[in-house]
Design a binder for this molecule. Sequence first.
Ligand code: HEM
Length: 216
Amino acid sequence: ILTFLTGHDTTASAICWTLYNLARHPHYQEKCRQEVMELMQGRDGHEIQWEDLSSLPFTTMCIKESLRLHSPVQAVTRKYTQDVALPGDLTVPQGVICLVSLYGTHHNPEVWTNPHEFDPLRFEPTSAQSRSSHDFIPFSSGPRNCIGQKFAMAELRVVVALTLLRFRLTPGVDPEAGSGSGKVRRLPQLVLRAEGGLWLQLEALNESSLGEPENK
Ligand code: HEM
C-alpha cells in the first residue's frame, strides 16, 4: 500500500508540473514535440518501447528541470545514528532527527543560477557534470532513496511524450474561479500541489501533419 501511495501521488504531481512548465514555455514544448515526432516517424502505432526512452534527451532534461523546480517531495527526514561534525565547530548529536529540504537544495542560489526560472539547459550533460551528485535529489539519496525512480522516470517520459504528440498545451484558467493558477502550496499536503489546481488548455493536434493544429 505504501508503494502504491508514494508512487502514485508523486508521479501524478511530477506529470502535472512538467506539463504545466511546458505549457508556460512553448519553445521548449515544441522542441520536445519535435524530438518525440522524430522518434515516432515511420511507425504505425504510438507505442513507446523501453529502448526508446534514451532517445528523448531533451524531453528528459525538461522533466528533470521540472523535478528540480517543483519537486513532488519537498523534504525528507533522517535520524542521525552517530554524532556528525559540521563546519564551524558544530555537532549534530546522535539520535537527532533532521529535516533535509529538497526544495532548499534545488533552489540553492549558490548552485543554481536564477533558481526560480525553468531552464532545462541546466541538465545538459556538460552542465550536470560540473555539479555535485547531491545538488539534485528529487528521489532522495542513500540506502533509503526511492525504489521507484527508474520506473517513475520511464512513466514520466512516456506520458509527456505521448501527450505532446497529441496535444498542444497552453496555460489554462479555472472556469469556476476564473483566475490563473500556479501558486505553490507546500503544506499540509505530503506531495507538492498548486493552490487552486493547475489548469491547462489542450489543443488536439493533427497527428499526420507534424504539429499542425487540427482546427485553426
Ligand atoms: C516522480 C515520482 C517520484 C518521486 C519524486 C519520489 C520521491 C521519493 C523520495 C524523495 C523518497 C525518499 C523518502 C525518504 O527518504 O524519506 C521515496 C521513497 C520511496 N518511493 Fe518514491 N518517488 C516517486 C515515485 C515512486 C514510484 C513510481 C514508486 C513505486 C513504484 C515509489 C516508491 C517508493 C518507496 C517504496 C519508497 C520508500 C523507500 C524506502 O524507504 O526504502 N516512488 N520516493
